[in-house]
Design a protein around this ligand. Sequence first.
Ligand code: GLA
Length: 338
Amino acid sequence: MEFFTLENKNGLKLTFTNYGGIVSKIHVPDRDGAFADVALGFETVEEYQDHNDAYFGAIIGRYGNRIGKGRFELDGSEVSGLAINNGENHLHGGLKGFDKVVWQTEAVSGDGYTGMKLTYRSADGEEGYPGNLDASVIYKLTDANEWVIEYEATTDKATVFNPTQHAYFNLAGHDGPSPLDHEMQINAAFFTPTDHGGIPTGEIKSVEGTDMDFRQARVYGETIDSEDSLISRLGGYDHNWVLDKQYGELGLAAVAYDPKSGREMKVFTTEPGVQFYAGNFLDGSLTGKGGKVYQKRDGFCLETQHFPDSPNKGHFPATTLRPGQVFRSKTVYAFGVR
Ligand code: GLA
Protein backbone atom coordinates (compact mmCIF):
# COMPACT_ATOMS: atom_id res chain seq x y z
CA MET A 1 0.00 0.00 0.00
CA GLU A 2 1.22 3.43 -0.83
CA PHE A 3 0.35 7.10 -0.95
CA PHE A 4 -0.07 9.15 -4.11
CA THR A 5 -0.15 12.93 -4.45
CA LEU A 6 -1.80 14.88 -7.24
CA GLU A 7 -0.70 18.50 -7.63
CA ASN A 8 -2.17 21.16 -9.90
CA LYS A 9 -0.59 24.22 -11.47
CA ASN A 10 -1.69 26.40 -8.54
CA GLY A 11 0.07 24.26 -5.96
CA LEU A 12 -3.05 22.52 -4.59
CA LYS A 13 -2.31 18.96 -3.50
CA LEU A 14 -4.49 15.91 -2.93
CA THR A 15 -2.87 12.94 -1.17
CA PHE A 16 -4.51 9.51 -0.99
CA THR A 17 -3.74 5.84 -0.59
CA ASN A 18 -4.88 2.76 -2.47
CA TYR A 19 -6.08 1.37 0.89
CA GLY A 20 -9.77 2.33 0.95
CA GLY A 21 -9.10 5.10 -1.57
CA ILE A 22 -8.53 7.17 1.55
CA VAL A 23 -7.78 10.84 0.96
CA SER A 24 -5.44 11.83 3.76
CA LYS A 25 -4.44 15.39 2.88
CA ILE A 26 -5.90 18.27 0.88
CA HIS A 27 -3.69 21.35 0.68
CA VAL A 28 -5.54 24.47 -0.41
CA PRO A 29 -4.76 28.20 -0.08
CA ASP A 30 -6.53 30.82 2.01
CA ARG A 31 -7.37 34.34 0.84
CA ASP A 32 -3.74 35.41 1.36
CA GLY A 33 -2.40 32.43 -0.56
CA ALA A 34 -1.26 30.54 2.55
CA PHE A 35 -1.77 26.79 2.24
CA ALA A 36 -3.29 24.51 4.88
CA ASP A 37 -4.30 20.87 4.93
CA VAL A 38 -8.11 20.95 5.27
CA ALA A 39 -8.71 17.17 5.54
CA LEU A 40 -8.77 15.27 8.84
CA GLY A 41 -6.71 12.11 8.78
CA PHE A 42 -3.73 10.03 9.81
CA GLU A 43 -0.13 9.95 8.69
CA THR A 44 0.25 6.22 7.92
CA VAL A 45 -1.69 3.40 6.25
CA GLU A 46 -1.24 1.34 9.44
CA GLU A 47 -3.22 3.87 11.45
CA TYR A 48 -6.03 3.73 8.90
CA GLN A 49 -5.98 -0.08 9.08
CA ASP A 50 -5.97 -0.11 12.88
CA HIS A 51 -8.51 2.49 13.84
CA ASN A 52 -10.27 4.44 11.12
CA ASP A 53 -13.64 3.91 12.83
CA ALA A 54 -14.59 7.42 11.75
CA TYR A 55 -14.13 6.55 8.04
CA PHE A 56 -11.76 9.54 7.57
CA GLY A 57 -11.39 10.28 3.86
CA ALA A 58 -12.53 6.87 2.65
CA ILE A 59 -14.54 5.58 -0.28
CA ILE A 60 -17.71 4.08 1.14
CA GLY A 61 -19.43 1.09 -0.48
CA ARG A 62 -21.20 -0.87 -1.47
CA TYR A 63 -23.83 1.18 0.35
CA GLY A 64 -23.12 4.59 1.84
CA ASN A 65 -25.07 5.18 5.04
CA ARG A 66 -27.67 2.82 6.48
CA ILE A 67 -29.84 -0.07 5.41
CA GLY A 68 -32.47 -0.78 8.07
CA LYS A 69 -31.88 -4.02 9.99
CA GLY A 70 -29.41 -5.09 7.28
CA ARG A 71 -32.06 -6.51 5.01
CA PHE A 72 -34.14 -5.63 1.96
CA GLU A 73 -36.14 -7.21 -0.80
CA LEU A 74 -34.79 -7.30 -4.33
CA ASP A 75 -36.92 -8.60 -7.21
CA GLY A 76 -39.12 -10.54 -4.80
CA SER A 77 -36.39 -12.29 -2.86
CA GLU A 78 -34.95 -11.32 0.48
CA VAL A 79 -31.36 -10.14 0.77
CA SER A 80 -30.38 -10.52 4.41
CA GLY A 81 -27.20 -11.11 6.30
CA LEU A 82 -25.68 -7.68 5.76
CA ALA A 83 -23.60 -6.90 8.83
CA ILE A 84 -25.45 -5.19 11.68
CA ASN A 85 -22.71 -2.75 12.62
CA ASN A 86 -24.60 0.36 13.77
CA GLY A 87 -27.20 -0.26 16.48
CA GLU A 88 -29.63 -2.64 14.81
CA ASN A 89 -28.75 -1.42 11.31
CA HIS A 90 -26.20 -1.83 8.54
CA LEU A 91 -23.82 1.09 7.95
CA HIS A 92 -21.33 1.99 5.22
CA GLY A 93 -21.07 -1.39 3.50
CA GLY A 94 -20.43 -3.59 6.52
CA LEU A 95 -17.44 -4.93 8.44
CA LYS A 96 -15.03 -4.77 5.53
CA GLY A 97 -16.46 -2.19 3.19
CA PHE A 98 -14.80 -0.36 0.32
CA ASP A 99 -12.98 1.75 2.92
CA LYS A 100 -10.95 -1.30 3.99
CA VAL A 101 -10.01 -2.93 0.68
CA VAL A 102 -6.98 -2.39 -1.52
CA TRP A 103 -7.75 -0.75 -4.84
CA GLN A 104 -5.80 -1.16 -8.09
CA THR A 105 -4.42 2.11 -9.39
CA GLU A 106 -3.77 3.56 -12.80
CA ALA A 107 -2.69 7.13 -13.54
CA VAL A 108 -5.00 9.14 -15.78
CA SER A 109 -4.58 12.63 -17.18
CA GLY A 110 -6.20 15.00 -19.61
CA ASP A 111 -6.73 18.62 -20.42
CA GLY A 112 -6.40 20.65 -17.21
CA TYR A 113 -6.22 17.79 -14.75
CA THR A 114 -4.15 14.95 -13.37
CA GLY A 115 -5.74 11.94 -11.77
CA MET A 116 -5.80 8.34 -10.69
CA LYS A 117 -8.28 5.60 -11.47
CA LEU A 118 -8.96 3.20 -8.60
CA THR A 119 -10.62 -0.11 -9.39
CA TYR A 120 -11.93 -2.92 -7.24
CA ARG A 121 -13.89 -6.11 -7.92
CA SER A 122 -16.25 -6.91 -5.08
CA ALA A 123 -17.06 -10.62 -5.25
CA ASP A 124 -20.58 -12.03 -5.35
CA GLY A 125 -21.76 -12.31 -1.72
CA GLU A 126 -19.10 -10.01 -0.31
CA GLU A 127 -20.49 -8.44 2.88
CA GLY A 128 -23.80 -10.10 1.96
CA TYR A 129 -24.39 -8.19 -1.28
CA PRO A 130 -25.34 -10.09 -4.44
CA GLY A 131 -23.41 -9.97 -7.71
CA ASN A 132 -19.81 -9.55 -8.74
CA LEU A 133 -19.50 -5.79 -8.77
CA ASP A 134 -16.76 -4.11 -10.78
CA ALA A 135 -16.32 -0.63 -9.37
CA SER A 136 -14.05 2.22 -10.33
CA VAL A 137 -13.49 5.60 -8.77
CA ILE A 138 -11.50 8.30 -10.54
CA TYR A 139 -9.97 11.10 -8.50
CA LYS A 140 -9.01 14.17 -10.51
CA LEU A 141 -7.40 17.39 -9.40
CA THR A 142 -8.10 20.13 -11.93
CA ASP A 143 -6.33 23.41 -12.60
CA ALA A 144 -9.63 25.07 -11.63
CA ASN A 145 -8.94 23.88 -8.04
CA GLU A 146 -11.54 21.12 -8.08
CA TRP A 147 -11.33 17.64 -6.64
CA VAL A 148 -13.50 15.64 -9.02
CA ILE A 149 -14.72 12.14 -8.18
CA GLU A 150 -16.25 9.89 -10.85
CA TYR A 151 -17.78 6.57 -9.87
CA GLU A 152 -18.65 3.76 -12.27
CA ALA A 153 -19.82 0.19 -11.71
CA THR A 154 -21.30 -2.85 -13.40
CA THR A 155 -22.66 -6.08 -11.96
CA ASP A 156 -23.48 -9.59 -13.14
CA LYS A 157 -26.54 -9.95 -10.84
CA ALA A 158 -29.12 -7.46 -9.66
CA THR A 159 -27.73 -5.66 -6.60
CA VAL A 160 -27.79 -2.29 -4.85
CA PHE A 161 -25.00 0.27 -5.06
CA ASN A 162 -24.64 3.66 -3.38
CA PRO A 163 -21.03 4.78 -3.01
CA THR A 164 -19.86 8.01 -1.41
CA GLN A 165 -16.73 9.76 -0.16
CA HIS A 166 -16.32 10.28 3.59
CA ALA A 167 -13.72 13.09 3.74
CA TYR A 168 -13.90 15.26 6.86
CA PHE A 169 -13.12 18.92 6.31
CA ASN A 170 -12.08 21.84 8.44
CA LEU A 171 -11.49 24.80 6.13
CA ALA A 172 -9.42 26.50 8.85
CA GLY A 173 -6.99 23.56 8.55
CA HIS A 174 -7.42 20.09 10.09
CA ASP A 175 -5.45 21.24 13.14
CA GLY A 176 -6.99 24.71 13.23
CA PRO A 177 -9.86 26.11 15.29
CA SER A 178 -13.17 24.23 15.23
CA PRO A 179 -15.26 24.47 12.04
CA LEU A 180 -18.38 25.16 14.12
CA ASP A 181 -18.07 28.80 13.08
CA HIS A 182 -18.15 27.91 9.37
CA GLU A 183 -21.11 29.03 7.31
CA MET A 184 -23.03 26.24 5.65
CA GLN A 185 -25.45 26.43 2.79
CA ILE A 186 -27.33 23.37 1.57
CA ASN A 187 -29.32 23.56 -1.64
CA ALA A 188 -32.36 21.72 -0.31
CA ALA A 189 -35.93 22.59 0.66
CA PHE A 190 -36.57 19.08 2.02
CA PHE A 191 -34.82 16.42 4.09
CA THR A 192 -35.46 12.83 5.16
CA PRO A 193 -36.36 12.67 8.90
CA THR A 194 -35.19 9.54 10.70
CA ASP A 195 -35.88 7.39 13.71
CA HIS A 196 -33.39 7.27 16.62
CA GLY A 197 -31.22 4.82 14.69
CA GLY A 198 -30.80 7.09 11.67
CA ILE A 199 -33.23 5.17 9.43
CA PRO A 200 -35.50 7.44 7.38
CA THR A 201 -39.16 7.26 8.35
CA GLY A 202 -39.99 7.65 4.66
CA GLU A 203 -41.29 11.18 5.02
CA ILE A 204 -39.87 13.91 2.78
CA LYS A 205 -40.13 16.91 5.10
CA SER A 206 -39.87 20.64 4.40
CA VAL A 207 -36.99 22.48 6.09
CA GLU A 208 -39.13 25.64 6.26
CA GLY A 209 -39.12 27.16 9.74
CA THR A 210 -36.79 24.51 11.18
CA ASP A 211 -33.12 24.36 12.18
CA MET A 212 -32.64 22.11 9.14
CA ASP A 213 -33.07 25.11 6.84
CA PHE A 214 -29.69 25.93 5.24
CA ARG A 215 -31.06 27.48 2.07
CA GLN A 216 -29.37 30.71 3.17
CA ALA A 217 -25.77 30.37 4.31
CA ARG A 218 -25.48 30.51 8.11
CA VAL A 219 -23.18 29.39 10.92
CA TYR A 220 -24.10 25.75 11.52
CA GLY A 221 -22.62 25.62 15.03
CA GLU A 222 -25.36 27.98 16.21
CA THR A 223 -28.15 25.44 15.71
CA ILE A 224 -26.34 22.11 15.95
CA ASP A 225 -27.60 21.65 19.51
CA SER A 226 -31.17 22.40 18.43
CA GLU A 227 -33.98 21.10 20.62
CA ASP A 228 -35.77 19.90 17.50
CA SER A 229 -36.00 16.19 18.33
CA LEU A 230 -35.29 15.26 14.70
CA ILE A 231 -31.85 16.83 15.19
CA SER A 232 -31.11 16.03 18.85
CA ARG A 233 -31.96 12.33 18.43
CA LEU A 234 -28.94 12.02 16.10
CA GLY A 235 -26.64 14.08 18.33
CA GLY A 236 -26.49 17.04 15.93
CA TYR A 237 -26.40 17.30 12.15
CA ASP A 238 -26.14 13.84 10.61
CA HIS A 239 -28.94 13.94 8.04
CA ASN A 240 -29.72 13.47 4.39
CA TRP A 241 -30.99 16.52 2.52
CA VAL A 242 -33.02 16.16 -0.69
CA LEU A 243 -31.24 18.34 -3.21
CA ASP A 244 -33.11 21.00 -5.21
CA LYS A 245 -31.75 20.01 -8.55
CA GLN A 246 -32.39 17.70 -11.42
CA TYR A 247 -31.38 14.22 -10.32
CA GLY A 248 -28.66 12.87 -12.60
CA GLU A 249 -27.43 16.32 -13.59
CA LEU A 250 -24.42 17.91 -11.97
CA GLY A 251 -25.79 20.63 -9.70
CA LEU A 252 -25.05 22.46 -6.47
CA ALA A 253 -25.35 20.47 -3.25
CA ALA A 254 -23.69 22.68 -0.63
CA VAL A 255 -21.29 25.52 0.09
CA ALA A 256 -19.09 25.65 3.19
CA TYR A 257 -17.22 28.84 4.07
CA ASP A 258 -14.69 29.70 6.76
CA PRO A 259 -14.86 33.47 7.39
CA LYS A 260 -11.47 33.49 9.15
CA SER A 261 -9.34 32.09 6.34
CA GLY A 262 -11.68 32.99 3.50
CA ARG A 263 -11.60 29.39 2.26
CA GLU A 264 -14.75 28.24 0.56
CA MET A 265 -15.74 24.79 -0.68
CA LYS A 266 -18.61 24.27 -3.10
CA VAL A 267 -19.95 20.77 -3.60
CA PHE A 268 -21.61 19.74 -6.85
CA THR A 269 -23.07 16.32 -7.55
CA THR A 270 -25.22 14.24 -9.86
CA GLU A 271 -26.63 12.49 -6.75
CA PRO A 272 -30.10 13.27 -5.37
CA GLY A 273 -28.95 13.70 -1.74
CA VAL A 274 -26.19 14.86 0.57
CA GLN A 275 -25.48 13.69 4.12
CA PHE A 276 -24.19 16.61 6.17
CA TYR A 277 -22.49 14.90 9.10
CA ALA A 278 -20.92 17.31 11.59
CA GLY A 279 -18.47 14.92 13.25
CA ASN A 280 -20.66 14.45 16.31
CA PHE A 281 -19.07 11.07 17.10
CA LEU A 282 -15.50 12.33 17.20
CA ASP A 283 -14.57 12.30 20.87
CA GLY A 284 -10.87 12.92 21.33
CA SER A 285 -9.94 9.25 20.98
CA LEU A 286 -8.31 9.65 17.55
CA THR A 287 -4.94 11.34 17.16
CA GLY A 288 -4.22 12.39 13.61
CA LYS A 289 -1.50 14.01 11.57
CA GLY A 290 1.04 16.00 13.54
CA GLY A 291 -0.37 14.77 16.84
CA LYS A 292 -3.66 16.63 16.39
CA VAL A 293 -6.32 15.16 18.70
CA TYR A 294 -9.70 15.30 16.97
CA GLN A 295 -12.40 16.42 19.37
CA LYS A 296 -16.15 16.28 18.95
CA ARG A 297 -17.23 18.15 15.78
CA ASP A 298 -13.66 19.01 14.69
CA GLY A 299 -14.55 18.15 11.08
CA PHE A 300 -17.62 17.90 8.88
CA CYS A 301 -18.55 15.64 5.96
CA LEU A 302 -20.68 16.37 2.92
CA GLU A 303 -21.37 12.86 1.64
CA THR A 304 -23.16 12.96 -1.70
CA GLN A 305 -25.40 9.94 -2.06
CA HIS A 306 -28.78 8.35 -2.68
CA PHE A 307 -30.97 8.50 0.40
CA PRO A 308 -30.31 6.15 3.34
CA ASP A 309 -32.31 2.92 3.37
CA SER A 310 -33.46 3.37 -0.24
CA PRO A 311 -33.59 -0.42 -0.81
CA ASN A 312 -36.48 -0.46 1.71
CA LYS A 313 -38.16 2.75 0.54
CA GLY A 314 -39.89 2.24 -2.79
CA HIS A 315 -40.60 5.96 -3.22
CA PHE A 316 -36.94 7.05 -2.86
CA PRO A 317 -34.75 7.19 -5.99
CA ALA A 318 -33.69 3.59 -6.60
CA THR A 319 -30.21 2.25 -5.89
CA THR A 320 -30.72 -1.00 -7.81
CA LEU A 321 -28.05 -1.86 -10.36
CA ARG A 322 -28.72 -4.59 -12.91
CA PRO A 323 -26.59 -6.57 -15.35
CA GLY A 324 -26.16 -4.58 -18.56
CA GLN A 325 -26.50 -1.21 -16.79
CA VAL A 326 -23.58 1.06 -16.03
CA PHE A 327 -23.74 2.98 -12.75
CA ARG A 328 -22.31 6.50 -13.12
CA SER A 329 -22.05 9.23 -10.53
CA LYS A 330 -19.97 12.39 -10.21
CA THR A 331 -19.17 14.75 -7.35
CA VAL A 332 -16.99 17.86 -7.37
CA TYR A 333 -15.46 19.59 -4.34
CA ALA A 334 -14.46 23.02 -5.67
CA PHE A 335 -12.10 25.13 -3.56
CA GLY A 336 -12.01 28.90 -3.66
CA VAL A 337 -11.60 31.99 -1.48
CA ARG A 338 -13.60 35.07 -0.61
C1 GLA B 1 -22.16 8.78 8.54
C2 GLA B 1 -23.25 8.40 9.43
C3 GLA B 1 -22.88 8.83 10.78
C4 GLA B 1 -21.57 8.25 11.18
C5 GLA B 1 -20.53 8.65 10.29
C6 GLA B 1 -19.21 8.00 10.67
O1 GLA B 1 -22.16 10.13 8.30
O2 GLA B 1 -24.49 8.95 9.06
O3 GLA B 1 -23.88 8.44 11.65
O4 GLA B 1 -21.63 6.87 11.15
O5 GLA B 1 -20.90 8.31 8.99
O6 GLA B 1 -18.97 8.06 12.01
